[in-house]
Unconditional design. Structure first.
Length: 282
């Protein structure tokens, strides 16, 4: 796996079609615009567009365009599918008319396999399946991607550039890893939020006022995450650096790292999420 560096999209050929402009789709759209992609190169298909998306039509973005005079849609350089997985059987075939011989299709739908996408799109379509996570909303997401055999080196770079707009990008050649990826990073923000929630409740139980407990938990989780992001040290070393022998942190970690503790619980949780991902994929 190789981490990607964010790139300018000023030279992107267009048109770029976004299918679905919900939270994740809108986050990607914001990222593309911030990296220089001209609104006039973007087509959005979204039955219930939010006001910010509608406002972009004044800058040239095409929202739910009708087919041309001969009923033929414009061929897209790339299509990003950002609809909910349960909407896929009806939504994905709707973009078939935008797919040409060199079109790249990038799907960020959880659980929907390359095989499913290949069956819903024209034969020979270059397809990338990707799994981002919700910190994409602030440009700090992490996405893992895998492509089918039709994806060229140029198209892989194109996909990297598009996905880099919402954070880091990792590539794998093994689609079988995507359910575990979803369990770790796709669902992972919920585990972190649960940690902050649990710390708040524990602080209240220890006697802290509600507002103070919430503030301390929130800022501790956020600050520790930022320290982990910036530091060259691994998580285990950072943990050890906080822990003095016989101190308060050591006392807490003795509970968290004991039998049936945090490690074992999280291993079971991620295994359960991985199994569920496989079930949803069929």
């Amino acid at each position: 796996m190789k981490k990607a560096v964010s790139a300018s999209l000023r030279a992107f050929p267009g048109p770029l079609l976004l299918l679905g402009a919900g939270k994740m789709g809108s986050a990607m759209l914001d990222g593309w615009l911030a990296r220089g992609l001209a609104p006039g190169k973007i087509i959005v298909l979204e039955p219930q567009p939010a006001k910010p998306v509608k406002a972009l039509t004044r800058r040239g973005l095409k929202l739910n365009p009708k087919s041309g005079a001969k009923g033929k849609a414009a061929t897209a350089a790339a299509i990003v599918v950002a609809v909910k997985p349960q909407s896929a059987p009806e939504a994905v075939p709707a973009v078939r008319g935008f797919v040409g011989k060199s079109t790249l299709v990038v799907s960020i739908m959880a659980g929907r396999t390359l095989r499913f996408l290949e069956s819903a799109l024209p034969p020979g379509t270059a397809i990338v399946r990707a799994m981002p996570n919700t910190p994409a909303a602030i440009g700090r997401g992490i996405t893992t991607a895998v492509g089918n055999s039709k994806v060229s080196g140029k198209q892989r770079k194109q996909a990297t550039d598009l996905l880099s707009a919402i954070g880091g990008v990792e590539w794998t050649n093994d689609e079988g890893l995507m359910d575990a990826v979803t369990a770790v990073s796709g669902s992972g923000p919920a585990y972190v939020f649960l940690l902050a929630e649990a710390m708040t409740k524990a602080g209240i139980a220890a006697g802290l006022p509600v507002a103070l407990a919430a503030r301390l938990a929130r800022e501790t989780v956020a600050g520790s995450g930022e320290l982990l992001h910036r530091s060259e040290l691994d998580a285990a070393t950072l943990r050890q650096n906080v822990t003095s022998p016989g101190g308060t942190t050591a006392a807490a970690l003795e509970v968290l790292m004991g039998p049936d503790g945090f490690h074992e619980l999280l291993t079971k949780a991620i295994a359960a999420a991985t199994r569920r991902g496989r079930e949803l994929a069929g």
